[in-house]
Design a protein. Structure first.
Length: 352
């Protein structure tokens, strides 16, 4: 189905992974003493096609978009905050900026569908303008977007990943910004996993009990009215998704096409990855789950994808903050295999 947007995801390189494992098993330590860190390095070898690749150039794409469903009162914050936060990202003031600076990661902010006019930021090169439309429609009243808009958001996300790969980026992460976007994310989780909406819906921006109950009703009514096909990622995106979610899904597909490891953040990023997986199941071989969000839909989606999170720190900010924390761990897994000596190289007896 990824051919709908002109993306071809290759199979991972099993020979490169085998060679990485062979070296890992010979490293100067008790066999597999660094546990999952070695598994990570070997997975990256298979993704990149090199037993010891360099991941020194890393980027997180923060996809931003607004949601018509905020009209139903599902968030603690007004929709205007999306555009305001984009300005905050470009000024280097947000959580993702702090953590990415700490880890030496480039942040790329993308307007996929913000209501705010951000053209001045795009003109100055501070953000990437990939706006499909100024916000989705209210998914409880009508489809969030047209099928062609859904496909366009996927195409634009894929192209951003390709551009980063062309610029020499070797590992990417996904981030998001969009007031109200935990609502479509929980809806996507419910459609794909088949689980009860109430069990998947969290408090997002910190909503109270009454707002949470309303949010559950909105999701249930949206799914009932829109009837998205649980096997068709594009149909789900068009009916109950968001432009930034589509951008993330396309970005994941485009990055895999370029053989880049893809680190996914929390519930919104994983909703995008889930849609990418419906379009191309092979995509899961390229994914790392940065962390486990406190949003209940996140765990359900990770289980569906068969991914185990690297971190569990009680995060629920989004923006790609989990990626900024997890990406150095993934790079460490590669560096251990590449830079640590083997018993033979160190001239140390194995006792065999």
């Amino acid at each position: 189905m990824s051919e709908l947007i002109g993306v071809h995801v290759p199979r991972v390189d099993t020979e490169a992974r085998r060679r990485a494992r062979e070296r890992a098993d010979a490293l100067l330590m008790p066999r597999r003493a660094l546990g999952r860190l070695l598994d990570i390095g070997e997975i990256v070898a298979g993704i990149s096609g090199f037993p010891t690749p360099s991941l020194s150039r890393k980027a997180i794409a923060v996809m931003a978009g607004d949601h018509g469903v905020t009209e139903e009162g599902v968030s603690a914050y007004p929709a205007d905050v999306t555009g305001q936060m984009v300005h905050g990202f470009t000024a280097g003031m947000a959580g993702i900026n702090v953590l990415s600076r700490h880890a030496g990661i480039t942040v790329k902010v993308v307007d996929m569908g913000c209501r705010a006019d951000l053209s001045s930021l795009a003109a100055s090169g501070k953000i990437i303008d990939a706006k499909v439309a100024p916000g989705t429609r209210n998914m409880m009243r009508e489809p969030a977007m047209s099928r062609e808009q859904a496909l366009e958001s996927l195409r634009r996300g894929a192209q951003i990943a390709r551009d980063l790969a062309k610029d020499g980026i070797r590992m990417v992460g996904t981030g998001d910004m969009g007031i109200g976007n935990t609502t479509p994310s929980a809806a996507i989780a419910a459609v794909v996993t088949g689980k009860d909406v109430a069990s998947l819906t969290g408090r997002g921006t910190g909503i109270d009990d009454a707002t949470l109950a309303r949010k559950v009703r909105v999701i249930e009514q949206s799914i009932s009215a829109r009837r998205p096909d649980p096997q068709d990622g594009v149909d789900i995106l068009a009916k109950i998704g968001g432009f930034e979610i589509g951008g993330i899904a396309g970005f994941v597909l485009g990055a895999a096409e370029c053989r880049l490891p893809v680190v996914i953040d929390g519930v919104i990023s994983t909703a995008g990855a889930l849609l990418a997986w419906l379009m191309e199941p092979r995509i899961v071989d390229y994914l790392f789950a940065a962390h486990r969000s406190v949003e209940p839909a996140h765990t359900a989606m990770l289980e569906t994808l068969g991914l185990s999170p690297l971190l569990d720190l009680g995060l629920r900010l989004g923006e790609g903050t989990g990626c900024a924390l997890a990406m150095p761990i993934i790079e460490a897994g590669v560096k251990v295999i590449a830079d640590m000596a083997t018993f033979q190289e160190a001239g140390v007896s194995t006792g065999a």
